[in-house]
Design a protein around this ligand. Sequence first.
Ligand code: BGC
Length: 785
Amino acid sequence: MITHTSYGVEPWALRERGLHLDVLPQSESVFALSNGHVGWRGNLDEGEPHGLPGSYLNGVHETHPLPYAEAGYGYPESGQTVINVTNGKVIRLLVDDEPFDLRYGRLRSHERVLDLRTGLLTRTCEWTSPAGSTVRVRSTRLVSFTQRAIAAVAYEVEAVDSEVRIVVQSELVANEQLPGRDGDPRAAVALQSPLEEEEHFASGARLRLIHRTRRSGLRVGAAADHVVTGPERTTIAGEANVDVARLTVTSVLPPGEKLRVEKLVSYGWSGTRSLPAVADQVDAALAAAASFGWSGLVDEQRAFLDEFWARSDVEVDGDEEIQQAVRFGLFHVLQAGARAEQRAIPAKGLTGSGYDGHAFWDTETFVLPLLTYTSPRAVAEALRWRQNTLPAARDRAAQLGLRGAAFPWRTIEGSEGSAYWPAGTAAFHVNADIADAVVRYTAVTGDERFARDTGVELLVETARLWRSLGHHDHHGDFHIDGVTGPDEYSAVANDNTYTNLMARANLLAAAETVERYPRRAAELGVDDEESAAWRDAAEAMHVPYNHELGVHEQHAGFTRYQRWDFAATRPDQYPLMLHFPYFDLYRKQVVKQADLVLAMYKCSPFFDEEHKARNFAYYEPLTVRDSSLSACCQAVIAVEAGHPRLAYDYLHEAALMDLHDLEHNTRDGLHIASLAGTWMALVAGFGGMRQHGASLEFAPRLPEKFRRLAFTLELLGRRLRVEIVQARATYTLLSGEPLTIRHHGEPLTVDQNKPHHRDIPALSPRSAPAQPLHRRPNNQGVEAS
Ligand code: BGC
């Protein structure tokens, strides 16, 4: 188990005691603050030591040529990489001429706390300089949920036992030096000096830097303002040059006296606005924030989070670690999406530069379901971003000889950023995943305007893609050949079951929506013939099945392949993609991540109970979980297949992916989908929640360890609370009209008058399927049973 004793377990906070340089890069990710627009990694105030300095603005990226050994038609030529923008969090300190650098002198105490209820990251430490002067430093940081452009720091230094001369330098720094890459292909290409200076400015306590990215031509503005409180002999002076704007504060502190610097930072960027316009934009945001002041921002942050927790909290009794992890996950998913506003939600959120800052299907499949039931506005915004990128998706479809829209596998600004066709563009399922998110959002919120203005277009263009990508054979069956499903250890295969079932749902949803919004459909050029063709394709969709084994095939012919030799694979040879050639992975039965198992969750009604159990038993021994997206899906189906203990172990793995750095790459940023997957494993897994159209079902079943699981959902204009103990579930409608749901198949109408209790049917004992050798779920070595 890769964990660190420095992180404590508590219900509403993540606390690090002491400073542990070995986990510094990981701590920067777990302590990252973001609102979906601005992201600050949890770097130390003084900038050094660091693992990876990181300040991000959602959408700000640089482009670079994508090199290929051999050219091929339709290969994307330009890649996109998130860049480290102007760092507004730097506050350096000099104590009697010695830099406050924790690698020197004596660190008497150091603690960092991320408080999930206030949204504040607080650091307190006491340090004695090499020359023997002792200071106490307390800094508190926030990235505002309510003022999208704003981040802030309150920094306090106190002299402890003797008078000290203090210099505080509060800075905006562009083009920070970044550490070299370590060879992990998933880590970002650290572009050195991506910003060209356009303007620098300092006056009094106000600072501003405007830069422009060299190739992508995006203008990035950052401004800062300060309120300084200190003893009489305190002075301030501002200065700016090409890449640094700095406020220098000097003071002499008698013992017990404090110097306090409140720093407000605003950010803005644009691909079109002029330099004066961007400068005005950041100044205006700063003026608005200054009118609230630090304490106003703190109050607003708390109020925003109080509301969030009231509608989203998940309570787990009996497992403190999972309790902390699910709240940590909810908080970071909120941070990733809350104010992204028509920008992508990247796989790492704004917590690191891993995966080059790209967004994948992770957003629609893992992140948006959670947000749909807890922060639906963020979902509408994320899908509007997809709509805004339709021109690029239409061009891509045309380039590929297809109709409609082909959304990119990975991207920042909308165009395909994957240079690897088999696990990139061929993963066409991303289009159905987007459609699925549209359908869920509209069913859960009833947002008619969105359905008409955004939903129809997304459903129509993706349905067009499927109709042109697939074909009817001579029996009339519809096939989608040559595509890659979620499992990236199979590629360019025929009739991937997940893809086909998701495409089927996409085609049917498109056909239904054009009937509901005929005017909008006509504007998009849809006629009866076209929508009838979608229905025909959906109804004739082929789903491969092995009659001998009685299981669904992940794709046509999959169950005939040779099985991977798990016995001969050493534990250090995982992830397999870094130790074996893709060609071999592709032609064997080995599954990187839940694929058919995910289909059984997303397209649940298609599979009967018996097949769910049988398919799960078949795919478990083949699934190696080389992706962090797998464990949560396996948890969901493990519960349904009657293995709550195994599901618990998968939940554990998904939930602790980052807190325990299970994949050794948390330093590059958090696994946002896996964090969202914690919610999914609890709500859809142990809560057994499934929603198909307007029908909402629960089939709760707790693992032995849990005494109680409770969660709240917002849906169909109501707030519903579900509380589960071992033998009983209680459904309480907190607001809204009566609602009919199902509990383990039985209909139940809940109204506001009283809690509705229902017994949980007993589970007959059955033995859980085994996993590949060395690939048991990672739960502190406890064997699954
Ligand atoms: C997974 C993909 C995922 C990507 C980003 C890959 O390892 O196989 O399914 O979209 O990571 O999280």
